[in-house]
Design a protein around this ligand. Structure first.
Ligand code: BTN
Length: 237
C-alpha cells in the first residue's frame, strides 16, 4: 500500500488522490484541477501510446497521472524526471529512447503518455517496479526494476523523488530540458537507428535534437531527417 498520508504531508499544495482500481488514471485526472496527482494500485484499461494497453498488474507498478501546464518539451522533461527519480531511489541508471520510453537492459521499464485535454496536459507515468513477469506478448519488450535488480522496491520510495523531480525539471526552460535530456539519453547522438515513417522506414545515425526537441537522423547518403513523432528503434532490431 502507498502511504498517502506521508505523500500528502510532503506535497501539501497538491491534491493527491489514490484508488485501489480505476480504468485509467488518465481518465480520472482529466476531471481534476491543475496540479492534481492521481494514483492507482491497479488499472483495468491502462492506456499506452498509439492506442496500446498499458499492462497494469495490481500492486506491482506505479500508475500515476498529473494535471500539468502544457509545454512543447513536457514529454522530454517527464522522461528526465523519471530517470532521475529511479536513479535516486534505487541506484539504477535507466536510459531514454527518444522521445519517452524509459529503458533498462534494452527493454522498456517505464512509459509516459501526455494527452492535451481542454488546454491542460494530462501526464501519465507508468513504472514497472515489482513485476516478476509479463504477459507473453510483451515479455521480450518489457522489464521491471525487480527483474533487473533481483529484489523488490517500495513504490513510495520512488514516488517521492518522482514528484520532486517533476516539480524541478518541468518548469525549466526548453533549452535546459533539452540539455538534461541529451545527457540522460544515449539515443540522442551517435546511435544507429531505424525509424518507421509513414512513407517507409529509414536507417541512419542520430545527430542530436533541434530546438523543438525533435530528433535528427542522418542517413548514410547525408540526408538529415527531422523525426517529430516516435517509431525509433535500434537498427536491425
Ligand atoms: C507508453 O505507452 O509508453 C505510455 C504508457 C503510460 C502508462 C501510464 S500508467 C498511468 C497512466 N494511466 C494510463 O492509463 N496510462 C498512463
Amino acid at each position: 500500500m502507498i502511504d498517502l498520508g506521508r505523500l500528502r504531508l510532503a506535497f501539501p499544495e497538491r491534491e493527491i488522490l489514490h484508488y485501489d482500481a480505476v480504468d485509467s488514471t488518465q481518465n480520472v485526472a482529466a476531471t481534476h484541477e491543475m496540479g492534481a496527482i492521481v494514483l492507482a494500485d491497479c488499472q483495468h484499461a491502462g492506456q499506452g501510446r498509439h492506442g496500446h494497453l498499458w499492462h497494469s498488474e495490481p500492486g506491482a507498478g506505479i500508475y500515476c497521472s498529473m494535471v500539468l501546464m502544457p509545454s512543447p518539451v513536457l514529454t522530454l522533461a517527464l522522461g528526465v524526471a523519471v530517470v532521475e527519480a529511479i536513479a535516486q531511489a534505487t541506484g539504477i541508471q535507466c536510459d531514454i529512447r527518444w522521445p519517452n520510453d524509459v529503458m533498462l537492459d534494452e527493454r522498456k521499464v517505464a512509459g509516459i503518455l501526455v494527452q492535451l485535454i481542454a488546454g491542460r496536459a494530462i501526464a501519465g507515468i507508468g513504472i514497472n517496479v515489482n513485476h516478476a513477469e509479463f504477459p507473453e506478448e510483451i515479455g521480450h519488450l518489457a522489464t521491471s526494476l525487480r527483474l533487473h535488480a533481483g529484489r523488490e522496491f517500495a513504490r513510495e520510495d520512488i514516488l517521492f523523488p518522482l514528484i520532486h523531480a517533476i516539480d524541478s525539471v518541468v518548469p525549466e526552460d526548453a533549452e535546459t530540458v533539452l540539455r538534461l535530456f541529451a545527457h540522460a539519453s544515449s539515443w540522442v547522438a551517435g546511435r544507429r537507428v531505424t525509424v518507421d515513417l509513414p512513407e517507409g522506414p529509414i536507417t541512419g545515425t542520430t545527430a542530436g535534437l533541434n530546438k523543438a526537441g525533435h530528433l535528427l537522423v542522418r542517413q548514410d547518403n547525408g540526408t538529415e531527417t527531422v523525426i517529430v513523432a516516435g517509431g525509433v528503434r535500434a537498427a536491425g532490431a
